[in-house]
Design a protein around this ligand. Sequence first.
Ligand code: HEM
Length: 307
Amino acid sequence: MEEVIFQRHLKPQWFWKLQKWLQIGEERKMKISSEIFDRLLYQCIWRKKELLNGRKTPMDRDDFDFLTFMLVEDNNQEEREMSAFKKSEKYARDMAFNLLSAGSETVSSGLTWFLWLVATHPLIEKSILEEMKTNLNGEGDGDGDGKGRHFSFEELSKLNYLHAAMCESLRLYPPVPFEHTVSVGSDTLPSGHQIGKNTRVIYSPYSMGRMEEIWGGDCLEFKPERWISNKGELGDVSPYKFTAFNAGPRACIGKELAMVEMKAVGAAVIWNYSLQVVENHPILPSNSIVLHMKHGLKVRVLKRSHF
Ligand code: HEM
């Protein structure tokens, strides 16, 4: 699907729409992939409905998940009007599709670049580990179950340097490297360019993250310090400058969730393991709507001990 969406950015709209209508070429692949994805999603929805219908006891907090939220009757008066629509299988499918497609590859791509940058910048890795040691409740290799140490939401929220390193990695390697939007009326862009109605404007967070005019002479360096004030606090950076999550009314609704997910996984990996990047393995971005590492990241994983 990702490949076909990428192709839609390159081909004239009339061309891929004709392909879609005739069900040929890339657009046929899109139809087949969508059907496979839909089958999977509807199976999950039906299974969840069966479970919910057969339920005799009140629901535990732990059993309450995204699909339950989309399918159960609302107790809340205000939301009841939405209920008929909300309970439709199509609505649950669309929401699940949206969140899965927007929130999985983006996070995994962001984490891959982050772990590579940390593994190739030992001083930054050391600073991340030192911040963890200073701020976390008790050290150790975990809770003795062999799964390593994990970090709570409260613990993660104290790690400003880790947060800064994550933003810095997203600046240099934004998972959504380019985006397009269409003007509803004629306008003047911040660059001074005049555009007419219905003009497609493509912009690139990847390029903007590497522009000297925006980030200064050291724009190509991986430097988490640029996100932290002299007092050690995280600075407020405008989303119109740091565009990895887009800005304005259509900005990413999963930004906070994405940052927590990435910090939770990043912190656990860095604390429990040392990653050694395999020499001579090519590290290149892919040509895609999500900035994958073209050949993946090859590392040797060594267990880290803090005792
Ligand atoms: C590092 C991870 C992520 C990045 C870099 C990212 C980036 C973006 C960007 C740039 C957009 C705007 C797309 C456009 O206008 O063309 C967007 C939209 C969106 N994102 Fe994310 N995203 C991430 C993670 C997530 C997660 C975890 C979720 C939810 C589980 C999510 C849900 C969405 C949704 C639903 C939209 C559409 C919002 C709308 O159109 O109103 N994203 N994201």
